[in-house]
Design a protein around this ligand. Structure first.
Ligand code: HEC
Ligand code: HEC
Ligand code: HEC
Ligand code: HEC
Ligand code: HEC
Length: 370
């Protein structure tokens, strides 16, 4: 019966007719989940994510085409996409970014060449909205009905996170393969946390799925994505980097991740794999490079070519460094470093917040030469 209902909702999908429910309105009952969500990337958007906004304005100052994924709840989406309207700080469907209501009304995802498309269920006017999830038999409440959807988990992430090509058929990012579903993403990026899903907690549930969506900004979480192993033989250092994730090491085109390999003797650094810029060591510098008609450019929107220095899903890389001398007791330090916005970004956008350009350590290992 419920499957029939979902198919029906799909058949009549279109713009949502029922009144939009803001993120804040969920707080009344789902306080823990709301607080987690507020800390997550999904609550950041045009008004609160400086990097995203600055790149968006450079990519296209008159049209906010990024809205389909970054402002998916917009109640005037077609005007936003055509440039007849612009992000409005007094419109809650704009400030809510990747909103609770939008995510929980995704009924189906249409796979498509440029990027996938989320199809939200049309909500009947005058009735309380139906929100999708996987609870087999959710409790009733007076603000919404909760609809068990067997396909929700499979679809929840791939509408935005799968891949994106620009107007010139050039890949901007690729995290998922066609047909891959979202269940695995949820397992890692929505780990269980203590506490029920809503405040009355009739069912005495002891845990719920995290809505903080830990990712690259979480110091503990991000360590788990890679393994780094170090050994040495005579004057050669061997480093193995393993990507344990089911997606490439670099997804976001603004990012750079790279290895800093140093040899320490006592309190002196006697060798390092690069002097001024990590790009000197090509093999251990991971980032997207974009070109337009053969020339390097920094805003990917008009690129005609993508060169990805990347480590593929589950891929590994073996590196060898010959150093002038290695002595017993020397420490080889290998750090995987992150910049949320690679150096090239500052050539085209001005970023005031330090967080974008500071070097952050993803993982660090030390090896003592025997
Ligand atoms: C097909 C969906 C989609 C479209 C369209 C899209 N993005 Fe994104 N964007 C994402 C996803 C998903 C993420 C988060 C993934 C990640 O960080 O790797 C993201 C993250 C970003 C980030 C990093 C934000 C941060 O805080 O680190 C920037 C910058 C960005 N997008 C810029 C843009 C711009 C500019 C446009 C429009 C020209 C755009 N995106 C259009 C899906 C999309
Ligand atoms: C008046 C209280 C109340 C408000 C407000 C409320 N909810 Fe709920 N919600 C509940 C209750 C009660 C349940 C059932 C929990 C259970 O069965 O354990 C629930 C369940 C859910 C589920 C679980 C569905 C599933 O099968 O996994 C989702 C998703 C959900 N709510 C999302 C939202 C969102 C999004 C908002 C804001 C737009 C919201 N809720 C606002 C009370 C509320
Ligand atoms: C409607 C589009 C949309 C959907 C659906 C969506 N996301 Fe996102 N996600 C985004 C955007 C956009 C960002 C980046 C926001 C920003 O930083 O400005 C993001 C950011 C993230 C991040 C943070 C990335 C980082 O910087 O580390 C994680 C993790 C994430 N999403 C996981 C998920 C998972 C898991 C799902 C499925 C349950 C999901 N997302 C569904 C659009 C979406
Ligand atoms: C085995 C656990 C695991 C699974 C499964 C997983 N991820 Fe991740 N993901 C991670 C870890 C750990 C990180 C942070 C480390 C990093 O990015 O180097 C991460 C980072 C990310 C980022 C941020 C990348 C960046 O540089 O900003 C996005 C976006 C993301 N994952 C999306 C997804 C999506 C979409 C799926 C499902 C196809 C998924 N993840 C499945 C572990 C996982
Ligand atoms: C990026 C998409 C996304 C956003 C944004 C989002 N959720 Fe969820 N939520 C999910 C997914 C996926 C699940 C797991 C569904 C499942 O398998 O039951 C989930 C589960 C839930 C559950 C059931 C939790 C459990 O442990 O069973 C509740 C309640 C809920 N969400 C409420 C909210 C509220 C409230 C917000 C905003 C504050 C929100 N969600 C924002 C994707 C999202």
């Amino acid at each position: 019966m419920r499957i029939v209902l979902i198919l029906l909702l799909l058949a009549i999908q279109g713009v949502q007719a029922a009144e939009y429910k803001s993120n804040k309105s969920c707080k009344e009952c789902h306080e823990k989940i709301y607080d987690e969500y507020r800390m997550s990337a999904h609550s950041k958007g045009f008004f609160t994510d400086e990097l995203h906004r600055e790149v968006a304005l450079k990519a296209s100052p008159k049209r906010y085409e990024c809205a389909v994924c970054h402002m998916p709840a917009a109640n005037n989406m077609s005007d936003i996409l055509s440039g007849n309207a612009f992000p409005d700080p007094s419109n809650v469907t704009h400030t809510d970014a990747v909103s609770c209501y939008f995510c929980h009304t995704i009924a189906y995802v249409k796979e498509s060449h440029k990027f996938n498309i989320n199809l939200p269920a049309k909500q009947a006017e005058g009735y309380k909205p139906s929100l999708f999830g996987s609870l087999k038999d959710p409790d009733h409440n007076d603000k919404h009905s909760a609809l068990h959807s067997p396909i929700y988990r499979a679809n929840a992430c791939k509408g935005c996170h799968s891949h994106k090509l620009n107007d010139f058929n050039t890949t901007i990012f690729e995290a998922m393969k066609p047909g891959e579903d979202s269940k695995e993403c949820i397992k890692c990026h929505m780990p269980m946390l203590p506490g029920g899903v809503e405040k009355l907690n009739h069912k005495n549930r002891t845990e719920h799925m995290s809505h903080r969506f830990p990712g690259i900004r979480d110091e503990n979480f991000r360590k788990k994505g890679v393994d780094i192993a170090v050994t040495s033989k005579a004057n050669t250092i061997m480093v193995t980097l393993v990507n344990k994730m089911p997606h490439p090491l670099i997804i976001q085109p603004a990012r750079a991740k790279y290895l800093r390999v140093s040899v320490l003797r006592g309190d002196k650094k006697i060798w390092s794999n690069y002097k001024n810029s990590p790009e000197e060591d090509r093999k251990s510098y991971f980032a997207y490079i974009f070109k337009k008609n053969g020339k390097r450019i920094n805003i990917p929107a008009t690129a005609t070519e993508t060169i990805a220095h990347n480590l593929p899903a589950k891929g590994s890389l073996k590196l060898e460094y010959r150093v002038p001398s290695l002595e017993s007791g020397d420490i080889v330090k290998v750090e995987l470093i992150l910049r949320l916005a690679k150096r090239d970004c500052s050539k085209v956008v001005t970023l005031k917040e330090y967080i974008w350009t500071e070097e952050q350590i993803i993982k660090s290992v030390e090896y003592k030469v025997p």
